[in-house]
Design a protein around this ligand. Structure first.
Ligand code: P53
Length: 476
């Protein structure tokens, strides 16, 4: 039986703002993550206009990875990680985003971090923009609603490529670039594009226009990166959510297809170098991308990606009942509960088979290598009196997903190059700002109010994953 290939990139994933803390250390500027308060599952995070007194901003200190990364990477190495996915906090390198010269102390931090990984043979897998756009770019330029932000991003990207060209091979430009497909969600709009919803009255058009500029920025970065080092592997990164019709009613089928088109056009552009027909038509009819030049189109063609990185947590199910397929207002209006699936404590459906389905769909659509760069279960963990943590539910979730990934490799011929589980060490949740929504193999002693020793300890899943890597996925 065919198995995960030799050299398979086993590892874990985090993002700078969710772990580093040290939000003002060594010249770092404020990013969007620094103006988001802590929420819960029911109370959404507040996006404040700048950093205000008396608010709880969980990303300011996070888990102090900035000071403790050596200890943490030693633990990753103990699990046998072959790779580690993190991001470069844009505002460590360019504190305001529009600075001409980079901040040397910020660049040095990532030099040291990557060296520490390489010391153990751990390959860094790097996202350039993971929900961390400098706040100054939001305030002064309206983020990616402004064409100028393309140049700021490309300047940042090229600075990183030049500096780390001998340390980093795997890159991704924007994290979950399609997360903003739900353009009424203020968190994804500010984290993806640096857009504040209250500044606009046509969210959909703002989203499409900003996403277009991001796609141009991404393509330019890919093109320039390849010139700096032709060995670079440049990836797209999308939030992959299979969309199922709630029934076999052709109305539901068509709607699921439409929903899928509205989520995948971002990576379509990154892979094909051009807009798919449906998006071209839809945006023209509704005047959603008013500024797109012939030069943009050439750039998109010249900067196509080498692989697809994606996150997978859940599937979604849609119903055409009460929906006019040709006049969808918000993509979320058609989402319904799937009667066949259980949900986690945050309402996310648990669907391991959806991962196999997705690996097939993305392979059919893009004919490119795939990299699962996020997958995991957010759950509340209980620390026993002796300090142990029996997170069997997490092992169960990851095992079932990896079993399906293995089937996709073995029976469907999918070209899968790696797997990094999300939040390999507990971190600040992006959606809710909570610490208690934990994903890690490694527990971090800190609660939602910010109290705790920050001490690290191994959960049961730590030993399970160690064995998975040791056997290259034979034992799951
Ligand atoms: P949290 C929404 C839907 C799917 C993935 O999410 C998402 C989000 C944003 O919340 O984000 C990715 O922390 C993202 C990570 C994030 C992770 O999923 O809300 O790339 O930064 O932490 C999990 O539980």
């Amino acid at each position: 039986m065919n198995n995960f290939k030799r050299g398979f990139l086993w590892g874990g994933a985090v993002a700078a703002h969710q772990v580093e803390g040290a939000w003002q250390k060594d010249g770092k500027g404020i990013s969007v993550a620094d103006v988001m308060t802590a929420g819960t599952n029911d109370i959404s995070r507040e996006i404040t206009k700048g950093v205000l007194p008396n608010k709880n901003y969980p990303n300011h200190d996070a888990i102090d990875f900035y000071e403790r990364y050596k200890e943490d990477i030693a633990l990753f190495a103990e699990m046998g990680f072959k790779c580690f996915r993190t991001s470069i906090a844009w505002s460590r390198i360019f504190p305001n985003g529009d600075d001409e010269k980079p901040n040397e102390a910020g660049l040095r931090f990532y030099d040291d971090l990557f060296d520490e990984c390489l010391k153990y043979g751990i390959e860094p897998v790097i996202t350039l923009s993971h929900f961390e756009i400098p706040w100054h770019l939001v305030e002064k330029y309206n983020g990616f609603a402004n064409r100028k932000t393309i140049d700021f991003f490309v300047h940042f990207a090229v600075t990183c490529f030049e500096r780390y060209k001998n340390k980093v091979k795997y890159w991704m430009t924007f994290n979950e670039i399609n997360n903003q497909a739900d353009f009424n969600n203020d968190i994804s709009m500010v984290t993806n594009s640096g857009l504040l919803l209250d500044d606009y009255n046509n969210n959909e058009a703002e989203m499409y226009q900003s996403a277009h500029y991001e796609l141009v920025a991404s393509a330019l970065a890919v093109k320039k990166g390849k010139k700096i080092n032709s060995e670079f592997m440049m990836g797209a990164m999308i939030s992959y959510i299979p969309v199922y019709p709630v029934s076999s009613d052709p109305q539901d089928m068509l709607l699921a297809q439409k929903f899928n088109q509205r989520r995948l056009w971002f990576s379509d552009v990154q892979v094909w170098g051009e807009y798919p027909k449906e998006t071209e038509n839809y945006t023209e009819q509704n005047n959603l991308i008013s500024d797109i030049t012939e030069e943009d189109r050439v750039i998109l063609k010249e900067g196509t990606v080498d692989y697809i990185g994606f996150s997978y947590y859940q599937s979604m199910t849609v119903s055409a009942k009460n929906v006019n397929i040709d006049q969808i207002k918000s993509p979320m209006e058609m989402v319904v509960k799937n009667p066949h699936l259980k949900i986690n404590e945050w309402g996310w459906s648990i669907d391991p088979l959806g991962l196999r389905y997705g690996l097939n769909e993305l392979t059919d659509r893009y004919h490119l290598p795939l990299f699962i760069v996020e997958n995991g279960l957010g759950a509340i963990d209980k620390v026993e009196n002796d300090g142990s943590i029996h997170d069997l539910y997490r092992i169960d979730y990851l095992r079932k997903h990896l079993q399906e990934a293995k089937k996709a490799v073995t029976f469907d011929g999918v070209d899968l190059i790696g797997y990094t589980s999300w939040g390999c060490i507990d971190l600040v949740s992006a959606g809710t700002g909570q610490m208690s929504k934990r994903y890690g193999f490694i527990y971090v002693d800190k609660d939602d109010k910010g109290n705790g020793t920050l001490e690290r300890s191994k959960k049961d899943s730590f030993y399970w994953y160690q064995r998975v890597i040791q056997t290259n996925g034979k034992e799951l």
